[in-house]
Write a protein that binds this ligand. Structure first.
Ligand code: AKG
Length: 455
């Protein structure tokens, strides 16, 4: 185990440290830093000519050269995004060096590289504490978001595997105006280089849409048609320069356009949790309505609903059914933790701990979304039953609970060693098939503090 990284390998008792050991050692001395030190290799040496580190392109070629990545051609628009080309990291680096040497050519921008997923042993950084309550990536570490045997492929498996990305691009590369996937939060850290960000508050988003609220402005610096986008001139932009080692937080629903002012490498994560879960449901509902309008002429066909859900998953990354399973699993996990913490602390007699309050909040937020889902035909397939008891026998679910618990311990500075309680009583509700069931399940848990469990 453990790949070698030039200049980064340390030895203990004559044995080389693995990546994870190196990261652990470094992190324990420097909590809560973001970078573990391995990432120093991502920057070429600083000197008086280039005081800020430049991307160490050679390092990427030699260590990760075979990785297949998505590269955006920043000069070519394709629908609402830039044209994407697949190539290896080595090819990308060769093109970068070649184009740069020739005085610039096509502006290629490596985006959405699932680096953490591809190199789990190589722990180059840790997610900053404030961004660590990450249900999206916890979930994708253990489960698939969308399981469709018809559209399943190895490629899909990789591209939908998580939302922890590395971006690399030369000066002049850029990202068109957009709001983030699932209307998640995102954070972006510059390993080296400099970015210019332009933000638009969600309360102004209508100003960058056409009259039918169907298409939005692609590039805020291009000629924007006044007749097509009548509100655009009134939009108020928030502007910010992000330097090396600085982190930007993008709240849910904020449209943004981003330009690399220098050769830049960044880490970009998307995530959501109990605080912005409602954004995900609101987006799904909006996208579902658009998907169903789009095939309106097929209304009345037996498989109309199925088709809408398929299109929704293809366009948005999940459908109602996927989202429902997601929130039920998180409701289950939070109930397991609620019971574990309440039991451990015997907290009935005093003010709940911060971690316990966090879990109450999560369950309330899931319940609020489930209440919103009730009047909608959520397409939850008949016969599919989510059973807490069955989940308690599933390793992936137990690991999900453990990941959530560990994060809350870190965030709230609590250190518990007791095992997670994994026993359900036979007499109480543990099955969920609809949003009504989910609301009732959470109500039960909140009134009985994890009611589905034996003490
Ligand atoms: O860094 C970039 O080019 C774009 C990043 C971005 O838009 C995001 O993380 O949401």
């Amino acid at each position: 185990m453990g790949l070698k990284i030039g200049g980064r390998i340390e030895k203990v008792n004559g044995r080389e440290l693995t990546y994870s050991e190196f990261a652990e050692k470094y992190m324990s001395q420097n909590q809560p830093v973001l970078l573990t030190g391995l990432m120093d290799d991502w920057r070429a040496c600083k000197d008086w000519v280039s005081p800020n580190g430049k991307p160490n392109l050679h390092f990427f070629s030699t260590h990760f050269g075979k990785s297949k990545v998505q590269v955006a051609d920043c000069g070519t628009r394709e629908f609402t995004d830039q044209k994407r080309i697949e190539m290896t990291v080595s090819e990308f680096v060769d093109r970068w060096l070649h184009d740069g040497g020739a005085g610039g050519g096509s502006l290629l921008y490596l985006k959405d590289w699932h680096f953490v997923k591809e190199y789990p042993e190589y722990i180059a950084y840790r997610t900053p504490m404030d961004f660590s309550d990450d249900w999206l990536n916890f979930y994708l570490d253990k489960f698939h978001m969308h399981n469709d045997p018809d559209t399943y492929s190895e490629r899909n498996d990789i591209t939908c595997s998580d939302y922890r990305f590395v971006y690399m691009g030369s000066k002049g590369t850029w990202t068109p105006l957009h709001a983030d996937v699932f209307r998640s939060y995102s954070w972006s850290a510059n390993v080296c280089g400099k970015k210019q960000w332009y933000f638009l508050s969600p309360s102004q988003q209508h100003l960058v849409f056409d009259r039918n609220m169907k298409s939005s402005v692609y590039d805020i610096f291009a000629e924007v048609s006044q007749s097509k986008f009548p509100g655009f001139e009134k939009a108020v932009w928030w502007e910010c320069t992000q330097e090396e080692n600085e982190v930007i937080f993008v709240p849910s629903g904020w449209y943004h356009q981003v330009h690399n002012l220098e050769d830049t490498i960044s880490i970009n994560h998307n995530w959501f949790n109990g605080y912005n879960l409602f954004w995900v449901w609101d987006l799904l509902l909006k996208d579902y309505n658009e998907a169903s309008e789009y095939i309106d002429d097929l209304k009345g066909c037996d498989d109309f609903e199925e088709l809408c859900q398929r299109n929704l998953a293809a366009n948005t990354g999940m459908n109602f059914y996927d989202f429902f399973i997601f929130i039920v699993r998180f409701a289950f996990a939070n109930v397991v933790l609620l019971h574990t913490l309440a039991h451990v602390k015997n907290e009935t007699s005093r003010k709940p701990s911060k971690a316990l309050q966090h879990i109450y909040f999560n369950l309330e937020s899931i319940r609020n979304v489930a209440v919103k889902m009730k009047p909608i035909n959520t397409g939850v397939r008949q016969g599919v039953l989510l059973d807490l008891r069955k989940n308690l026998e599933d390793h992936s679910f137990i690991e999900l609970c453990a990941a959530v618990r560990k994060t809350y311990e870190l965030i709230h500075d609590q250190d518990e060693t007791t095992p997670i309680l994994l026993q359900c009583t036979n007499s109480v509700r543990s099955q969920v098939q609809s949003s009504e069931d989910l609301v009732a399940f959470i109500n039960d848990a909140l009134t009985k503090r994890g009611g589905a469990f034996s003490c």
